[in-house]
Write a protein that binds this ligand. Sequence first.
Ligand SMILES: [Zn+2]
Length: 321
Amino acid sequence: MSDLTVVMYHYVRPIAKSKYPSIKGLEFDLFKEQVKFIKNNYNPVTIDEVYESFYNGHKLPPHAALMTFDDAYSDHFKYAYPVLKEHGMQGCFYAPAKTIVEKEVLDVNKIHFILASCDNVSELISNTKVLFDLFRDGHEVKEFEEYFSELAVANRFDTKEVIFIKRLLQVALPEEMRKNICRALFNTHVETTEEEFCDELYMSQEQLSQMASDGMHIGSHGYNHYWWNKLDSETLNNEIDKSIAFLKAIGAHTENWTACYPYGSSSQEVTDILRGKGCKLAFTTAVDVAKTDVNDPLLIPRLDTNDLPKEATAKTNQWFR
Ligand SMILES: [Zn+2]
């Protein structure tokens, strides 16, 4: 039996000194510390070793760890990649292809930066209500207050108001309405144009290609960053095919390819489609240490960076297996 700790990262940047000091992410200095902590206590492994363990029963070293980075932020190229190189570690990077091919900021990222640009979340909720009323024509939607009572439930990272904004604008409303509201809020609250912002936020195709040819692993995170378990099978097939074409275009491996479910959106049907298309490993957002002889290789749980200590010399915690 092999235990595998997969760590998930999103934003990794010098946050305190940045234009968006309240963005939820990992401070770069703490990333460097955490990488040292992992090197001190775990054995970093590559995606090929993980594949061999799931499919051919190869044993992983004790306390094996794999580093994964979601959403193709330029942070990953600028900050994470050089540190991984320095420590001889491989990172697995999951890029929503559309951001790079079409230079469009994902709504989910617009929401993060709208929240980071607003000091007053109640004011943001009132603005959202105004836009909700403005864009609701022609859509079958409930009353704004009903959404609030359904969706405003705090989780381990966010207050109920923040969760409400995220859920309302990421998933609850019809797509066209969500897009319109996100665009309007982004234009009001974030002081930059979408194109400029896109260039700043995401890696370029060249940067991804460079990492792919330099031993880093690049996998599928879909094209549009949709919730995969909410798509009909034709749309999902199309999402996956386009993301594989993108992996080919940047020179990443498309044999034994791997995926990461956007928002952790797995389901039996999604997993079956991925398997049918030759996907070998896929990562969820379920919080756990994986067991390579027990877990489905297409449903590998991960720990969030916040689940592990961020000091090189810290003691290991309950997730150390
Ligand atoms: Zn994502």
